[in-house]
Write a protein that binds this ligand. Structure first.
Ligand code: SF4
Length: 368
């Protein structure tokens, strides 16, 4: 049983749906979001009672587009969280869409406890942004960062997307250097995945997507360039200045407890994984769906191998009171000659090349 808990709040509204996105969200309306905030507050109260032995140490508003809620509703939600949960919160993040983020009052939000902002920038190249259905420009982002800092929040993360249609090394480099120019503390750089059920999936053959070799080159360039600029990779898709790794997201890869509130939000608490289904009905009626047991040795190993630190004997022993299985070391050593793993006497981790093939490399280490 862990005594700390991370809280994820899903805000399932967007101004319009981006053509590549498969996250659950619906079109924003004032009425729906007012009702949603009332239900969310009731659930915050209810779950704070359920987990009253735990202390909240991270809060994350994700979506959807949390910034669409506006300052007052976000402040009320933060007030409710602080009122009902035991809190010793080190990090409170909100995802901001550059389109709606400009309207927020960051000093009010900072007073209510917000101390980290994650901006969904994706790219600074006009043709790539047009393909992604995004309207902002580099100037929008510069202004937004300025506004956030003037409000007293210095911990800023930016999302970059890799392998966008039409992207090449030069255009990726431009987006990377723009992040450096902004001097943000953290960069999440996700590879675009073409998900079934999205408009991108339907027209996938018409998109000018990079081939496998180009994908590899883009990812390796990204990792190398960010490292050169002082952003250390700490997870397959995440990079930060020293000390600015996302405390909340690290819970996912460390198999630490987190509670997800909202439609489609997932939780891992006290060894149980459960979630609210898409749509408002289950959430409004507090119906959770059991997913699986969670946090066992295999799952922990699988998730830790996404981190550049990898699987470490001391952490594994502390958690499970036994050593990392010797066969993991044997198999991981076999992959060293292909430059896919780093292995020492007490740790196993993936190289950048290994991260490119992470699913198969991790499966090979764990199951042979
Ligand atoms: S704003 Fe974010 S959550 Fe909403 S549709 Fe676009 S990518 Fe998906």
């Amino acid at each position: 049983m862990q005594d700390k808990l991370g809280l994820y709040i899903h805000i399932p509204f967007c101004g319009k749906k981006c053509p590549y996105c498969s996250f659950y969200s619906c079109r924003y309306s004032r009425k729906m979001s007012d009702e949603y905030c009332v239900n969310l507050t009731a659930m915050i109260k209810l779950y704070s009672q359920l987990y009253k032995s735990k202390t909240l140490d991270t809060i994350y508003f994700g979506g959807g587009t949390p910034s669409l809620l506006g300052t007052q509703r976000l402040v009320s939600l933060l007030d409710a969280i602080y009122k009902y949960f035991n809190c010793a919160v080190k990090e409170t993040t909100i995802e901001i869409n550059p389109g709606s983020g400009m309207k927020l009052d960051y000093s009010e939000l900072a007073k209510a406890g917000l101390n980290r902002v994650s901006i969904g920038m994706q790219s600074v190249n006009a043709d790539e942004l047009a393909e992604l259905g995004r309207k902002h420009t580099p100037d929008t982002i510069r202004e937004l960062v300025c506004k956030i800092r003037n409000g007293g929040i210095d911990n800023i993360s930016v999302d970059l997307m890799c392998c966008i249609p039409n992207q090449d090394i030069a255009s990726l480099n431009k987006s990377i250097h723009f992040c450096k120019e902004l001097d943000v503390n953290h960069i999440s750089a996700y590879m675009l995945k073409i998900e079934e059920g999205t408009p991108f999936y339907q027209k996938r053959d018409l998109l000018n997507l990079p081939n496998e070799d180009e994908e590899r080159n883009l990812y390796l360039f990204l990792c190398n360039e960010l490292e050169n600029l002082g952003y250390k990779q700490y997870e397959i898709s995440n990079f930060s200045k020293p000390g600015f790794e996302s405390k909340h997201n690290l819970k996912y890869w460390n198999c630490d407890d987190y509670l997800g509130l909202g439609p489609s939000a997932h939780s891992l608490v006290d060894g149980r994984r459960f979630y609210f289904k898409d749509g408002f009905s289950d959430f409004n009626n507090n119906i959770t769906t059991f997913e699986s047991e969670g946090g066992d040795e295999e799952e922990y190993s699988m998730l830790r191998l996404r981190l550049t630190q990898g699987l470490i004997s001391e952490g594994y022993f502390e958690r499970y009171h036994k050593p990392i299985p010797e066969e993991y070391f044997v198999r991981a050593r076999e992959l060293m000659s292909h430059n896919l793993t780093n292995v020492t006497d007490d740790s196993i981790s993936l190289t950048t090349e290994g991260f490119l093939l992470s699913n198969s490399v991790i499966a090979k280490i764990l199951w042979g």
